[in-house]
Design a protein around this ligand. Structure first.
Ligand code: 13P
Ligand code: SF4
Length: 308
């Protein structure tokens, strides 16, 4: 077969997308060159819900494994591809289905709320899923006499506990990237840019000591929306650096400063344009959640969606 020549990798991706009848979805943390070839960019839940509505047969998800699984759970008839099968998530790997089953036995009648950053097998053991945008709403919707078991992110759970006043059982999981943003970074950068608004992701490990210093605690999608309407010109962004790049690209009249100097997710950055092209060309690497797990996992996601 004669291999077609393209002027650029972007042209090749565009041709392969048409050939495969594919849409490209990219998470907010992807590098800007990937965000530019994507049809949709956003947070994990927004992208999973968009995927459900797309007419394309193939969804290439440039993000990490649990996000591609969520697309597969909500759109079982589509072929879901990941450019790199090793793009995992340290937080999602901190809890397993058997851990949840054991925890439930220790708390009979307890309601399990899982962050979307979990494997499908954990979602299948959970009563509700939640995102960083709606964890407080999900927790508040659960009857007050019920015990709540929250997995896997300790800091998001702590935030939901403080905001709702509900006592939660917290799993000791954390994201290694957000754990690198510490209170010293927050204090130093606030002194450097005293007029800037501090936007903090609830996965941040410094939340316990520095929550009161944040102007807003928001999901990645929440930060994108907030910056669009805020009259402020300077922002301190306490989350993964891909979002800082996106905000700077969208708002050249505003300044964005990353908090800490190491908040880059190595898993998110495994994806490249070259790997996206090969993924579409070879139809690799397919992510398919088995039907029985997907059916149970979908219930926890649908209960969350019903809350709003
Ligand atoms: P979102 O749910 O906001 O997409 O974030 C996922 C994530 O991995 C945060 O570190
Ligand atoms: Fe997972 Fe953390 Fe990377 Fe988000 S930033 S995908 S939580 S390892």
């Amino acid at each position: 077969m004669v291999k077609q020549l393209f002027n650029s990798i972007q042209d090749e991706i565009s041709a392969l997308k048409k050939q495969r009848n594919a849409a490209i979805l990219a998470h907010n943390y992807q590098a800007m060159d990937i965000q530019r070839v994507a049809d949709y960019v956003g947070d994990s839940l927004y992208l999973a819900r968009i995927a459900e509505k797309l007419k394309e047969d193939v969804i290439l998800f440039s993000g990490v494994h649990f996000m591609a699984e969520t697309v597969s759970i909500l759109s079982p008839s589509k072929t879901v591809l990941m450019p790199d099968p090793d793009a995992g998530c340290s937080l999602a790997s901190m809890v397993k289905a058997e851990d949840v089953r054991k925890w439930k036995q220790e708390h009979p009648g307890g309601i399990v709320v899982c962050y979307v950053n979990t494997p499908a097998t954990v979602k299948a053991e959970s009563d509700y899923a939640c995102t960083s945008a709606n964890a407080c709403q999900v927790v508040s919707s659960i009857p007050a006499d019920k015990e709540i078991l929250f997995v896997p992110d300790f800091f998001l759970g702590l935030y939901a506990q403080r905001q709702t006043g509900r006592k939660l059982h917290l799993w000791p999981g954390f994201c290694h990237v957000h754990a690198r943003i510490n209170s010293e970074h927050i204090e130093k950068i606030k002194q450097q840019y005293p007029d800037a608004e501090l936007l903090m992701h609830p996965e941040c490990g410094c939340l316990t000591k520095s929550m009161h210093l944040a102007d807003k605690i928001l999901s990645t999608g929440g930060m994108v929306k907030h910056v669009e309407t805020s009259p402020k010109k300077e922002f301190l962004i306490a989350t993964e650096t891909g979002l800082v790049e996106q905000l700077a690209d969208k708002h050249p009249d505003k300044a964005f400063y990353p908090v800490g100097d190491k908040a880059t997710c190595e898993y998110m950055k495994m994806n490249t344009l070259e790997k996206i092209a090969r993924s579409l060309e070879k139809m690799q690497f397919v992510v398919k959640v088995p039907d029985d797990i997907a059916a149970r996992a979908r219930l926890s996601i649908e209960r969350m969606i019903a809350i709003g």
